[in-house]
Structures are given as structure tokens and as C-alpha cells.
Design a protein around this ligand. Structure first.
Ligand SMILES: C[S@@+](CC[C@H](N)C(=O)[O-])C[C@H]1O[C@@H](n2cnc3c(N)ncnc32)[C@H](O)[C@@H]1O
Length: 253
């Protein structure tokens, strides 16, 4: 525990749904972090297909995408106040080809069996549908940050796209998105011939770090957000990004 820990969630089990509700409050109250989430959501919305009615968000948790995208169906793996439905990413309850898009922020690296989720995404997305996510990304800088400054496991050398049994928030491998879409890209392509990686855009070397995220206090006020974003655009994103915006297309059947 450190003085930087956010006082609201200090001492509450990460996997307790009350923690997620408090995190929701934290995002609203920390203006810097709220602006960061709003930018993430705007980036995700910019990658949705032109005709997009049925959009499912997985692992909505403490987020507020529904404010920007009113038609989104929010979901969480456990029942949660303010979230539309319970959905496990590895066993979606949606019919084949019923979704225009599946979106998520910071969720893929918590899914216990990513290969199974990708099969579910392929099954439920219509031809031309999209899977769009913002996830931790591995660069020389983020490798150091995630190993030394972040509470979640970060194991880029893991053999499998699977997680050991554990809670939905406490169990994670922050390196999973990089493993699936970069390190093991050929395997992804072989296992998912109906999915095509359209783009991977590295993002934000420092903004999330100084925001303190959902578990720490903010280091800067919300008014500093545009200045931090302008400054970090000058940093080499490929070497310094902590996140990536990943866009995957469901190919015609
Ligand atoms: C780090 S939180 C991110 C929450 C939210 N999207 C945000 O950006 O604040 C990861 C989320 O993934 C969810 N999650 C974990 N395993 C899941 C699964 N199998 N299916 C769906 N969601 C899952 C967790 O419950 C948690 O809400």
C-alpha cells in the first residue's frame, strides 16, 4: 500500500463488484482520467462500421461508453448495477452473425481463454463487423512500466493465451494483447481465418500513468490533459506506447 493508492478503493477486494462501482465513481471524479477515457471511447467509435446498431461492449465494468454511444449494449461477467446484461466473453449468449461490433477497453488481457473468445467473436459478428479494443501494449518503455509500476501480472513470455483460474479483475496477463496480435500473429491468422487484423495503433506513452488510473490518485488536474497529450505525441509512440487501439474485421463468409 502507498500514499498514491486511491482512498476510495483501498482495502476492498479487487474482484468485489463494490470495487467496480467505486471505480466508476473514481473515473467520473478524476477529471484527467475521465478525459482520457472519453478520448479512448471517441477512438473506438471512430473505428465502428458505418451501419452500426448492434454493438456489444464486453467487460464494461467501471466505464461509461454508453454516454457517447447510446445504442451500446453494456455487459459484465458478473451482475452489476447500471450494466445491461451478464456476458462471459468465452460463451456469448448472442446468436450467430447478430452483432455489428464488439468493443472493449482493458478487457482482453483479463479473458481466461482468448482463443475461445475469438471463436465467439467470429461466430457472433456479421460479415463486415468489427472487433475494436484498447488494450495494454508491449514496447520497451511499457515493458518496464508494467513490470515495475503496475499491480497486474505482465508475462510476455507466457506460452499460452490462457490465464490460470482466478477472479475477473485480479487474474490478468497485461502482455496478452501483444502476444495474440503481434508475437503470435501467424497463429492468430491460422486459427481465425474469418478475422483480419486491420490496424494496430500504439497510444499514450505517459497519459495513463500520470492519470493514476483507477487505483491511484491523479498526479495532475484535468486541465493538464491537452498539454500532456500534446507533449507525448512528440515521443516515439512505437517505442513508448503503453496501449494500442486494435481493429479487427470480420471477413465476408
Ligand atoms: C480492467 S477491467 C476494465 C473495465 C472497463 N472496461 C474499464 O475500462 O474501466 C477488466 C474487466 O474485464 C472483465 N472480465 C474479466 N473476465 C471476463 C470475461 N470472461 N468476460 C467478460 N468480461 C470479463 C472484468 O470483470 C472487468 O470488468
Amino acid at each position: 500500500m502507498s500514499i498514491l493508492d486511491h482512498p476510495l478503493t483501498r482495502g476492498i477486494d479487487l474482484d468485489d463488484p463494490r470495487n467496480t462501482l467505486l471505480r466508476r465513481r473514481i473515473i467520473r471524479e478524476k477529471r484527467f482520467l475521465k478525459r482520457l477515457y472519453d478520448e479512448w471511447y471517441a477512438l473506438i467509435c471512430s473505428r465502428l462500421p458505418a451501419s452500426c446498431e448492434a454493438v456489444l461492449e464486453i467487460g464494461s465494468g467501471a466505464g461509461h461508453l454508453d454516454e457517447m454511444l447510446p445504442q451500446v449494449i453494456t455487459s459484465e461477467v458478473f451482475p452489476l448495477e447500471g450494466v445491461d446484461r451478464v456476458e462471459d466473453a468465452t460463451a456469448l449468449t448472442f446468436a450467430d452473425e447478430s452483432l455489428d461490433a464488439i468493443v472493449m477497453t482493458d478487457v482482453l488481457h483479463h479473458i481466461p481463454d482468448v482463443a475461445q473468445f475469438l471463436r465467439e467473436a467470429s461466430r457472433t459478428l456479421r460479415s463486415g463487423g468489427r472487433l475494436v479494443m484498447i488494450e495494454p501494449w508491449r514496447t520497451p518503455w511499457s515493458d518496464w512500466v508494467y513490470r515495475n509500476l503496475h499491480h497486474e501480472p505482465f508475462r510476455p513470455d507466457a506460452d499460452e493465451w490462457k490465464l490460470p483460474p482466478g477472479g475477473p479483475l485480479s487474474m490478468a496477463n497485461g502482455a496478452l494483447p501483444w502476444m495474440v496480435f503481434s508475437r503470435d500473429r501467424r497463429l492468430f491468422e491460422a486459427q481465425n481465418p474469418e478475422l483480419a487484423i486491420a490496424s494496430i495503433e500504439p497510444l499514450m506513452p505517459v497519459a495513463y500513468l500520470v492519470s493514476g488510473g483507477v487505483s491511484m490518485r491523479s498526479l495532475l488536474p484535468g486541465s493538464a490533459y491537452p498539454f500532456v497529450r500534446a507533449a507525448e505525441r512528440r515521443v516515439l509512440r512505437e517505442k513508448g506506447a503503453m496501449f494500442a487501439l486494435i481493429e479487427v474485421h470480420r471477413l465476408p463468409r
